[in-house]
Design a protein around this ligand. Structure first.
Ligand SMILES: [Zn+2]
Length: 310
């Protein structure tokens, strides 16, 4: 009797036609592979864990509508200004025409620009909400995105309701040149107005939150919350290293680094984000901390809100 035998070629040859055919029969959208730890998780389990890797805790980027669903009371979100569409005033062209790039991205994502805004309720408290979508041209801030952020803040000012923004962006949209940079001033002025009018403004930083957006409204929240491991900063690490000619620490420009240095108030796991926002909203609007419907089954565990004083 042979104890060891060579496995038949079908089992080891990954390029064998039968193996390839078997692999192709597995639906592509059945599982998710973590880009950090390579853990493979069934898509439905991954979605149930709010797109956070159950193995290493990596917070995957999520589309704006998924984020809104995770944060707001079911059925309360009313989208506004969804029809705003960018024009191409500079007739910009690099590898392809900006207008064509926009059109293709619109078709791919089903969105008109990289931000979804509107009003919603969280634990029955009214809020205005602006959520960025990184899958639309890297969440870049052009004139439409800036205008939508401004309108979100104007809604808060008009109705005296708190404002929440969730950013996930590479910064200003280069294809719109100076017009996209002007959005920094426009949104920052409205942040100052909200402060004058004592309207609470919470800024949530998801991966990545950088450049022109970070240098304007995203860093001007009364409370700034970041998701674990998110890339948060202005310029890229490599650019800074080359400029100052010094090595930087490995976790430079992560949420955790920014929290240690007082730029971010809290780093909150995605599964705690809604609950944390609700408690802060209640605190800032002088209401008792509400019990969320999902916590009524005894799942609630009080996580202390710890804000680092700066
Ligand atoms: Zn992982």
């Amino acid at each position: 009797m042979r104890w060891f035998r060579r496995p038949s070629p079908e089992y080891i040859n990954l390029t064998h036609p039968e193996t390839r055919a078997a692999r192709d029969r597995i639906p592509k959208d059945l599982w998710n592979k973590c880009a950090n730890c390579d853990a493979i998780v069934l898509k439905k389990d991954f979605e149930a864990s709010l797109a956070v890797c159950p193995s290493c805790g990596r917070h995957e980027r999520i589309p704006a509508h998924t984020r809104i669903q995770q944060l707001t009371d079911p059925g309360t979100f009313q989208e506004m200004n969804a029809g705003l569409v960018a024009t191409d005033p500079l007739e910009f062209e690099d590898k392809r025409k900006y207008a064509e790039h926009l059109e293709a991205t619109r078709k791919k994502t089903g969105l008109n620009d990289a931000l979804v805004m509107g009003r919603a309720r969280m634990a029955d408290m009214p809020v205005s909400l602006a959520v960025m979508d990184f899958f639309f041209m890297g969440g870049s801030m052009g004139s439409v995105l800036g205008e939508k952020v401004a309108r979100t803040m104007e809604l808060s000012l008009a109705e005296r309701i708190p404002c929440i923004t969730v950013t996930s962006t590479g910064g200003a949209r280069m294809q719109e040149g100076i017009l996209s940079l002007m959005q920094m001033a426009k949104t920052s002025i409205l942040c100052a107005k909200m402060q004058e009018e004592r309207i609470p403004f919470i800024s949530v930083l998801a991966d990545p939150s950088t450049a022109g957006v970070m240098a304007s409204f995203a860093s001007l929240g009364d409370v700034i919350i970041a998701e674990p491991g998110a890339y948060v900063g202005f310029a890229g690490k490599r650019v800074i290293e080359q400029t100052i000619k010094q090595p930087l620490p490995p976790h430079f420009q992560t949420s955790e680094f920014q929290r240690e240095h007082g730029f971010v108030d809290m780093v909150v796991h995605r599964k705690e984000l809604r609950r944390t926002l609700v408690r802060i909203l209640a605190m800032l609007t002088g209401q008792p901390s509400p019990v969320l419907p999902e916590d009524k089954n005894g799942a609630a565990e009080e996580v202390p809100i710890e804000v680092k004083s700066t």
